[in-house]
Write a protein that binds this ligand. Structure first.
Ligand code: R2B
Ligand code: URA
Length: 293
């Protein structure tokens, strides 16, 4: 292990005595080093229930694999985001869409920096709509693309659009794929980030729709041809913020359906089996790294 710190790049922060991390309920003057200084892995996902289950799964795994008497610490301070810690692992929820997820990622980056955390890896574990892949397939993201299939996160700052490169860590992505075994179908490819679930994902089942089913299929086929294997709602903002902080990042999302065959998502009997797959994969990775360290 090296000593790679979490980078902030904001000269104004020096002028704040105690920086309030408003949405997660901490401040830089809290004893963050004591509570979080040992963190090496941060796992973020949309739903608070899923992230609680993930912390329970990790706790059981660590108990069995390392014969430890580890327990879960609940650091949730509000109903915006939930946050659990299991040994060197944080599991937190980020809500839906880049605006929500970016608030959590920004405050998490500051918290990790103030806690003097080094060599941290961040995962997004989530769900998505697949393109040309079977439901249940886990996609490890190669490039996080925007709606024009470009690897950038665009955001207006002071009224001007700025572009930040997205992108994940090739080596981390490769290691994750190697851990899939026979029980987790996996693909490595591009993930498109959409700004909503319905029209921006070319669905025909939203409350409004001004395009034909042929136009929808053309867009999805164009995306697929450009390398897109799945569509979700956070990957560009998520990866670009992690990159700016110098943090290794992976996006691991299961496809709940093949969007080339339809739009409706059902919480049928396979939903919970599929939803667990990114968690199982990331848990395998973390246990392997903890064993090797
Ligand atoms: C995947 O699933 C959510 C929408 O249902 C969204 O957060 C995403 O990226
Ligand atoms: N999440 C999405 O954003 N899109 C889907 O199609 C399924 C889950």
């Amino acid at each position: 292990m090296g000593d790679k710190k979490v980078k902030l790049s904001n000269p104004h922060l020096k002028e704040i005595d105690s920086d309030k991390l408003y949405h997660i309920g901490f401040a830089s003057s809290d004893n963050l080093k004591e509570d979080f200084g040992d963190v090496k892995f941060v796992c973020l996902g949309g739903s608070s229930g899923r992230m609680k289950r993930f912390s329970q799964m990790l706790c059981e795994e660590l108990k069995v694999k390392f014969n430890s008497n580890i327990s879960i610490e609940d650091f949730t301070k509000s109903d915006r985001f939930s946050m659990y810690k299991v040994g060197p692992i944080i599991c937190a929820s980020h809500g839906m869409g880049v605006p929500s997820a970016s608030i959590l990622v920004c405050e998490m980056i500051k918290m990790l920096h103030y806690a003097d955390v080094t060599d941290v890896t961040i995962f997004r574990v989530g769900t998505s709509g697949g393109l040309g892949i079977d439901a249940g397939t886990v996609v490890v993201t190669r490039r996080a693309l925007d709606h024009k299939f470009e690897p950038f996160y665009e955001i207006p700052i002071l009224g001007k659009t700025q572009r930040f490169p997205t992108g994940t860590d090739d080596e981390l992505a490769k290691e994750l794929q190697d851990l899939c075994g026979d029980d987790i179908p996996v693909r490595y490819g591009d993930t498109m980030c959409a700004n909503d679930f319905y029209e921006a994902q070319a669905r025909l089942d939203g409350p409004f729709c001004g395009y034909t089913s042929e136009e929808k299929m053309q867009y999805l086929h164009d995306a697929h041809k450009a390398g897109v294997l799945n569509v979700e709602m956070e990957c560009t903002g998520f990866t670009s913020l992690c990159r700016r902080a110098g943090i290794r990042v992976a996006i691991v999302c299961v496809a709940l359906l093949n969007r080339l065959n339809g739009d409706q998502v059902s919480k049928g009997e396979m939903y919970h089996v599929y939803e667990r797959r990114p968690l199982v994969l990331v848990s395998r990775y973390i246990c392997k790294k903890l064993k090797d360290s």
